[in-house]
Design a protein around this ligand. Structure first.
Ligand code: GLN
Ligand code: ZN
Length: 775
């Protein structure tokens, strides 16, 4: 009998209940007991949804982040949070976000650094360690959840982050080697497993997703050390890996004496048979056959075809599960009243994925006949998606095959076209600009909402938006910026705005996925071949250009970013979907150009995020990502200036790909690192123009003129002044005008000072030459 289980359930709640409970608590409108009660209530609901499983995850719930929970579990609380008054929960929120409810300024601390959990859009709080970090078991929180589950009769399988993944994700605050900390961390895990065993727990799931990344021999050896030690504890360990294939680590995993292991059988389907062979005769193999990273229905019949023989040979040593925790998908498709019925029929959110699991389990254990209707429905849905004319647009598929490498090529090399652009645009040295958005005021949101709810007509909406654009233009003129933007007032989100206007995209109403803490995102659903029925931004940009003599920069989101921030169809390579997006953006670029817009910025904020987990796989991703960008951007005349923007400048390892994008100007985030991130430009001669952000838009503070001049001087040590632009780090939509005005005004003063200085240098160089001539 195959068993079914789950690796983790979304904690945020189908209606984002956890988000609202947390934010209420942080505002001081509820107390800790109320917050904990709501957490208990949510866990109970989530366990109820999972009651037909043979094992239900416990400990996957978190009030902020499960890696931060692990830090508290192993007693690794940053020193700066240790002496503060308040409860453990207060300290937990202080590390998570700098402050707890009602904190006075002296109780606030630096929040822990936050970064992406593997290749997902979930962010965890990076554990901080030093050579002397003491570890000690602090399992009250986990035990309380296990006890709650016990009382409710839940077949609990506690879930914890494994010690090696924990150390691999932590950041050394000094030069110590993280692996040396194992000798103190491992006993804590041993103690925990013993405690769980005493609680009557049979199986514990230990997550070690770093097994799908490249590990050197030290880390491989550490796996032997850790799992030899932990396997001696009186409890069954299910070692879970996910998000990819094991490759060179497969042999290692086979050698570990654990009671069972879990494999991502969606991304690692090709490794399943080899893993079955390597299994020892009493080990359990859990196969993640349902995609925990995407929202499509599983083709159940196809899965059964390859699963049945394995089930026959493994019997009850075969477990089935989603590929990874369901944290990365929305909770319940049944909440989607407005989503088109045809599309709904192709989708499965967390709850629906668990139902699929049930059907698979039953089919294996009692024969396909026992679930004949469910399998027939599933087959019909799969067929409907495969054949739908809404998914398949022959004209788009044809267009993609016609793309040749010329499409990504500008007409002339950079040197030639930049000279033409300078002549046409006639900008000063150190030209100033912004990254696109201006403050999204309550008024702007109100107008968008009213239009969406059909409370105002399209004409009224256009008029109101135009006056917002005019406001932004007049502000920029008064500030004396050189290259203006229209301000993006009409955009709710830089991806959704484009998705909504492209054919092949759908939008859920409640398809929220946790991004960090109480923050969620609602990724649009790219379900079909992408086409652009009509221009998406031209009217707004053209209007903005018509009311000013200064150059207006058109603003687009690039194909790679649109792709990386969406749920993407799984029935064709991502590369193909990206190229389709690229063609749609290319049309938009060309329409903007034809409308007289001479500068066009194509944002690729998420290009880096798409990098595969294994560095050896980077080149093939970068190849098609850069190619897609080039196709979108480069079909313009030499005189049209193409900009791109990225919200980071960690370019060291991908600088060649960035340069290959061949944007005339790239604006990047650098101010927080004091321009240190520009070091890469010392070794690599980046050929085109650069705008290294001179101030951090995340902060409400006004940057001083001197500060920004200094930063630009630092930049000038690596990049010649003729190729430098002056701009903020990113868009200004989260700021207020009262913050933006003085900050930009200082930024422009800084640029003017730099110009004056450059003039003086030029004059004195000139007079030197002249005096040399005389003598
Ligand atoms: N053009 C966008 C803006 O200014 C860019 C945002 C981003 O890079 N994340 O808001
Ligand atoms: Zn940005």
């Amino acid at each position: 009998m195959a068993l079914i289980h789950n690796l983790g359930f979304p904690r945020i709640g189908a209606q984002r209940e956890l988000k609202f409970a947390l934010e209420k608590f942080w505002r001081g409108e509820s107390n800790q007991t109320e917050l904990q009660n709501q957490a208990q209530q949510l866990r109970k609901q989530h366990w109820q949804v999972q009651q037909s499983l043979d094992f239900v995850p416990v400990g996957d719930f978190s009030l902020y982040d499960h890696v931060l929970d692990t830090s508290f579990l192993v007693g690794n609380v940053p020193e700066r949070a240790q002496q503060l008054s308040g409860s453990e929960l207060d300290n937990y929120f202080r590390v998570a976000r700098g402050r707890s409810a009602d904190d006075t300024p002296c109780q606030q601390i630096f929040a822990g650094e936050m970064t992406k959990w593997f290749d997902t859009n979930y962010h965890y709080i990076v554990p901080e360690v030093t050579a002397d970090t003491p570890f000690s078991l602090n399992s009250d929180n986990l035990i309380a959840q296990i006890e709650q589950a016990e009382q409710l009769g839940v077949k609990a399988k506690p879930v914890i982050v494994g010690p090696l993944t924990y150390l691999a994700l932590s950041k050394e605050k000094d030069a110590s080697s993280r692996l040396e900390l194992l000798q103190r961390l491992l006993p804590v895990y041993q103690q925990l497993l013993n405690q769980l065993s005493q609680k009557g727990v049979l199986w514990v799931q230990i997550d070690e997703p770093i097994l799908v990344t490249e590990l050197d021999s030290d880390w491989q050896n550490a796996f032997h050390t850790v799992y030899n030690a932990l396997s001696a504890c009186p409890i069954n360990i299910l070692l879970a890996t996910y998000f990819g294939t094991l490759q060179q680590n497969r042999q290692l995993v086979a050698e570990l004496p654990v009671a069972g292991f879990h494999l991502d059988a969606v991304r690692g389907r090709q490794e399943v048979e080899a893993c079955v062979e390597q299994l020892s005769c009493h080990q359990v193999l859990s196969l993640g056959v349902i995609d925990g990273r995407n929202i499509w229905k599983t083709d159940l019949n196809a899965v059964l075809d390859w699963l049945e023989p394995i089930s026959e040979s493994l019997g009850d040593r075969l477990w089935l599960a989603p590929s990874c925790s369901l944290l990365h998908v929305p909770v319940d498709l049944n909440s989607e009243a407005k989503l088109d019925a045809e599309i709904v029929n192709w989708l499965a959110f967390a709850k629906q994925k668990l139902l699929e699991l049930e059907v698979l389990g039953k089919a294996l254990n009692q024969g396909r006949d026992s679930v004949v209707n469910a399998l027939a429905d599933n087959a019909a849905a799969i067929r409907s998606r495969q054949t739908s004319s809404r998914v398949h647009n022959p004209a788009v598929k044809q267009a993609v095959t016609e793309v040749t490498s010329n499409w990504g090529q500008r007409l002339s090399p950079y040197d030639q076209r930049i000279a033409q652009q300078h002549q046409k645009l006639d900008l000063p040295l150190y030209p100033t600009t912004t990254i696109g958005s201006f403050p999204q005021t309550p008024e702007i949101r109100k107008i968008r909402r009213a239009f969406k709810n059909q409370q105002i007509s399209a004409n009224e909406y256009t008029d109101k938006m135009r006056s917002e654009i005019e406001y932004a233009v007049r502000e920029q003129e008064a500030l004396d910026l050189d290259v203006l933007v229209h301000g993006e007032a009409e955009r709710n989100d830089m991806v959704e705005y484009f998705g909504e206007q492209l054919d092949g995209y759908a939008f859920s109403q409640l398809g929220w996925v946790q991004s960090y803490g109480s923050r969620c995102v609602k990724p649009p659903i790219l379900f079909g071949d992408i086409s652009r029925p009509q221009p998406m931004t031209v009217a707004w940009t053209q209007y903005a250009q018509s009311i000013t003599d200064k150059p207006m920069k058109g603003m687009l989101t690039g194909p790679v970013t649109i792709l990386n921030w969406s749920f993407v169809r799984d029935d064709q390579p991502r590369r193909n979907s990206c190229l389709q997006l690229a063609l749609a953006i290319r049309q938009e670029v060309q329409d903007l150009e034809a409308a007289g817009v001479n500068i066009i910025q194509i944002d690729e904020a998420a290009l880096r995020e798409g990098l595969p987990l294994r560095q050896s796989e980077w080149p093939s991703y970068l190849d098609w990502a850069v190619e897609s960008y080039r196709v979108s951007a480069n079909g313009v005349a030499d005189t049209t200036q193409i900009h791109t923007h990225m919200c980071y400048s960690e370019f060291n390892d991908i600088i060649e790909a960035i340069a290959a994008m061949d944007a005339d100007v790239i604006t990047i985030e650098t101010s927080r690192s004091d321009m240190e991130l520009l070091d890469v430009f010392e070794q690599f001669d980046y050929p085109n123009e650069i705008g290294p952000g001179v101030y951090d838009i995340h902060s409400p503070n006004t940057p001083s003129v001197e500060q920004m001049v200094k930063l630009m001087e630092k930049a000038g040590q690596r990049i010649p002044a003729e190729r430098l632009w002056v701009n903020p780090d990113c868009g200004l939509k989260t700021r207020q005008w009262s913050e933006v005005r003085p900050a930009l005004s200082n930024m422009i003063d800084a640029a003017k000072q730099l110009r004056k200085r450059a003039d003086k240098d030029h004059d004195s160089a000139q007079s030197n030459i002249e005096s040399q001539c005389v003598s």
